[in-house]
Structures are given as structure tokens and as C-alpha cells.
Design a protein around this ligand. Structure first.
Ligand code: SF4
Length: 491
């Protein structure tokens, strides 16, 4: 019999087939990336929990992977609060509770700790269902649960000196929310338990044929082996309704979409690009956009570090510290110069902004990819370092987002419906590649830098690490320069 954990249950609520495959055929379940980002979230969860524990006195720390038997032995009258106790029902439904408190009347209070700044009820988080699951397991094991709370970060908290746990965290009573959906969640838990223990299910199709790409899990192609290349799921921002209509008619390849099928202009352009097997370029629009840019052109990219627990005074939970910048500046006569800066400790980027301002001045146009990110970082920096308000306001008011061209005026079927620079670059400039780099995406940069400046046990060569980080950011801005030049040649 497979046991059911809270994580399994959340997977089940998302998709029964996917968790069945993971439980019953782990060897064939496609290995999605257990991404650095997920790892970071888990580490952050532990960190928030460590502060949550400080809200309680006289608590007993149970072993991190301790068993329900160990918990049972530990639940004596000596302590009223237990960290990480675990429980298993006779139907093999397993829960590890973040914090469990015995109340004066002998009943129990469950606390679930979250690294978010609010209670999230959406499909990805399901905080209330989570809490119901914990209550169910405890109840089945014979404990009376009279109260359930969520402890989450306080988004208004601003670090000033040492972290103050009861200001950093908020405790929200969710007993009523849990009670409202408890019986339906219990039914779902029973269904989940039965489903994962089925010996066979239909493995030749799954319901995501009728859903958009963002709903698909790593097992999509396992369950749907006949999905063609350049499928309807790649069509940019296509609605679930339209995917459903096409799937009903078994028109799963983009080239099978009937000409009269209603799509917006960008989507039609994408279809046309697949049909013609070539890019569809609106030269007049591109020219109009690029003609607006004022030289010198500063191609700019930031790398940032965000953490649930603020690391610097003045910061709130989950704020981004900009630790690196690369700028390639192109003048009208074609000369190209480069500026870069990498912080080597966790601090505000004052020196970075000063030297960056010396390099660019308040001149020309700043160009980035997905510019809303850089613009938001500049707004944060203005708040924390008001001495740079003029400069950062100038940048934000003179920023052009190069990605917009690839959302509507340059559509190539080989981008597979994406306008990410990682998809565009290999098609437009195949001579430039991220694949040779040791640090090759933003999450890796964040993780590497975070470990380098915060982890006392960091055992990689610091100089090599810095070079790897600089090379990555430099390629991002060099890529934009090359893409810009390519577009100029097109028009
Ligand atoms: S692709 Fe969708 S329906 Fe298919 S197994 Fe994954 S989540 Fe479930």
C-alpha cells in the first residue's frame, strides 16, 4: 500500500494520473528538474520555521525525519509544544505537523508555517486544504484538534537590526475556514488514497489534451505519445476553450488548424510561421520602434537575490537585492563598451549604482529584455537609496523592452510560442550560446551568489565563481546587442 503525504495529496488535487504514475511507476515518471528554485524554497521554508519556533517557549524539537512511533513516545506531559511531530493513520495517511500545541483543555492546536506573506488559496498553494489534511490525520489518530492556525511572514515587516520573530511573523486563526471545507477535503483524501493504490489506470491519454500548456505536468508526453511537434499547446496565450475545441476535432498540430478558426493576430502570425516554415517579420513596425531609441544605447541586465527572510536593514520579506549588473553601451558610430559590477558581500549596491551612473550618465536609451523586472528593481532601489532617485528615474523613463518586438513583430515558429531570450537567441544568433557557461540561468546566478556570500562552508573557488557570474550576465547583454544588430539588418 502506498502511503499518502500532504504533498501527494496536493498533487492528487492537481491531477490524479500524475501522482498515480509517480507512486506506481517512479522509474518511468519523466524526470522534471528538481530545480534550484524549488530547493531554495525548501531552504527558505526551514528558515521561516526556525523563526516560528522562537514564538513558543518550552517546545520539544522532534527529529527532522522522526517516525510516528518516536512522536508517540515523546508526547508526554512535560512539554506543551512539539516541533515536527509526525502521525500516520491506519490507512497510511501521513502528516508531519510544523508546530503542535497542547491547549489547557487537553485538545490540540495545529500551526502550519508558510514562507508566503499571506494565506494563499490558489491551486498552487492550497493552504487551507493543507491544514485540513493535517487535522484529518491527527483526528484519525485519536487526537482532538480544536484550533488550526497559519503562521506566515508579515509583508509590512522591515528589518532593522536583529530579526524580531513576533514582528516578522503573523499568526492567523483559520479554524473556521478549515471547518467549512473539512468534510469535502476528507472525502478527497479518501479518494486520493484509493486512487494511488489502484493497480491500473488508463495510461494512453490524460485530460490535459484539453488544457493549456501551463497546466501540463512533466508526464504530458508519457500519457499522450502522439502529440506532434509544433502542437496547438505552443500557441502563445491560447485559451483553454480554443484548445478544447481543437482537441475535440483531433486538430493537435498547428498546421491542422483550419484557416477559419478564430485566433488573434499574433496567434495567426505564429500559425502562418509554422505553415511557411519561416519567420513572419513586420519590418515597418520594428523600424518604427527602433527609430524611437536614442543613442547611446545601454543594453542592461541585473541579477538579483531575493529571500523570504530579509538579509539587510531596510528590506521586507521577499524583496530583491540587486547584486550584479552588466551594461553594453553602443554608440551611433558603432563602438561598443562594457561595464560590469558584482557585489562580493551582502550589502546595498551603493558602489555599483555610483560607478554605473559614472559609466552611462543620464544619456540615451536603456534596453533590457522583459524590462518590467529591471524597472521594478529600480523602484525598490529608489526607495532604499534615494540619493540615486534622479538617475534611476531617468533609466525607468528611458527604458525600451526589446522583448516586445518578439511578442508581435518578429514571430518565428522555432521560438515555440515563447519570447524568452533563451528561446530567441539560439535561433537568431546561433553563434552565441548559454550552453558553454557554468552559470547559465538567473536562478543559478542567484543560488551561486547567495551561497558565495552567505554560506560559511562555501567550498568552491571564489575567483572562478565570480568569473562565471560575470560571464553569464555579460552574455545576457551581449545577446541583446547582437539581436538588436540583427533586427537593424532586417529592416
Ligand atoms: S499532463 Fe495534465 S492530466 Fe496529464 S498527467 Fe500531467 S497534469 Fe495530469
Amino acid at each position: 500500500m502506498h502511503h499518502l503525504t500532504k504533498t501527494d495529496f496536493k498533487y492528487y488535487l492537481d491531477c490524479p494520473e500524475s501522482i498515480w504514475l509517480l507512486k506506481n511507476k517512479p522509474d518511468v515518471y519523466p524526470k522534471g528538474e528538481f530545480s534550484l528554485f524549488t530547493e531554495k524554497l525548501i531552504k527558505e521554508g526551514y528558515e521561516v520555521e526556525a523563526y516560528a519556533k522562537k514564538l513558543f517557549t518550552n517546545g520539544l524539537d522532534l527529529p527532522e525525519y522522526g517516525s510516528p512511533t518516536q512522536t508517540q513516545k515523546a508526547l508526554t506531559d512535560t512539554y506543551n509544544v512539539y516541533f515536527q511531530p509526525s502521525f500516520n493513520t491506519n490507512k497510511d495517511v501521513f502528516a508531519r505537523i510544523d508546530i503542535l500545541e497542547r491547549l489547557a483543555d487537553g485538545t490540540w492546536h495545529i500551526y502550519e508555517v508558510k514562507s508566503s506573506t499571506s494565506i494563499k488559496k490558489d491551486r498552487k498553494h492550497r493552504h487551507i486544504e493543507d491544514a485540513c489534511f493535517q487535522k484529518y490525520v491527527l483526528t484519525e489518530c485519536g487526537y482532538v484538534v480544536s484550533k488550526v492556525s497559519i503562521i506566515h511572514l508579515n509583508k509590512e515587516y522591515i528589518k532593522k537590526g536583529a530579526i524580531i520573530p513576533n514582528e516578522l511573523l503573523e499568526i492567523i486563526d483559520i479554524t473556521d475556514d478549515v471547518d467549512t471545507i473539512y468534510s469535502s477535503v476528507v472525502n478527497e483524501i479518501n479518494s486520493a488514497s484509493n486512487f494511488i493504490n489502484k493497480e491500473i489506470i488508463n495510461e494512453t491519454v490524460c485530460s490535459c489534451t484539453h488544457k493549456t500548456r501551463s497546466n501540463h505536468c512533466d508526464a504530458f508526453r508519457y500519457f499522450n505519445t502522439t502529440i506532434p511537434d509544433y502542437s496547438i499547446y505552443e500557441i502563445s496565450r491560447i485559451s483553454a476553450k480554443k484548445v478544447g475545441l481543437l482537441a475535440d476535432n483531433e486538430q493537435l498540430a498547428i498546421i491542422d488548424i483550419p484557416p477559419e478558426f478564430e485566433l488573434n493576430v499574433n496567434q495567426q502570425t505564429q500559425v502562418e510561421s509554422v505553415r511557411q516554415e519561416q519567420p513572419i517579420i513586420n519590418q515597418a513596425n520594428i523600424k518604427r520602434e527602433l527609430d524611437k531609441l536614442k543613442f547611446p544605447l545601454h543594453f542592461i541586465d541585473y541579477e538579483t537575490y531575493a529571500s523570504a527572510i530579509p538579509r539587510l536593514d531596510g528590506l521586507s520579506p521577499h524583496k530583491h537585492v540587486t547584486f550584479q549588473v552588466s551594461i553594453h553601451t553602443l554608440t551611433e558610430d558603432g563602438s561598443l563598451t562594457h561595464y560590469e559590477f558584482l557585489l562580493d558581500e551582502m550589502k546595498m549596491p551603493i558602489d555599483m549604482l555610483q560607478t554605473m551612473q559614472d559609466f552611462t550618465g543620464l544619456t540615451g536609451t536603456f534596453i533590457s529584455w522583459h524590462a518590467s523586472f529591471e524597472i521594478s528593481r529600480n523602484k525598490d532601489l529608489i526607495e532604499w537609496l534615494p540619493q540615486f532617485t534622479n538617475y534611476l528615474t531617468y533609466i525607468n523613463e528611458h527604458t525600451f523592452d526589446l522583448e516586445t518586438i518578439f511578442k508581435k513583430d518578429y514571430i518565428d515558429y522555432r521560438f515555440h510560442g515563447s519570447s524568452s531570450i533563451k528561446k530567441v537567441l539560439p535561433v537568431i544568433c546561433p553563434h552565441l550560446s548559454y550552453s558553454e557557461l557554468d552559470v547559465y540561468n538567473g536562478t543559478m546566478a542567484l543560488d551561486t551568489w547567495g551561497r558565495m556570500v552567505l554560506d560559511p562552508n562555501f567550498n568552491e573557488d571564489i575567483e572562478t565563481t565570480k568569473i562565471n557570474l560575470l560571464e553569464y550576465c555579460k552574455l545576457d547583454t551581449m545577446a541583446m546587442v547582437e539581436i538588436y544588430k540583427f533586427l537593424i539588418d532586417c529592416i
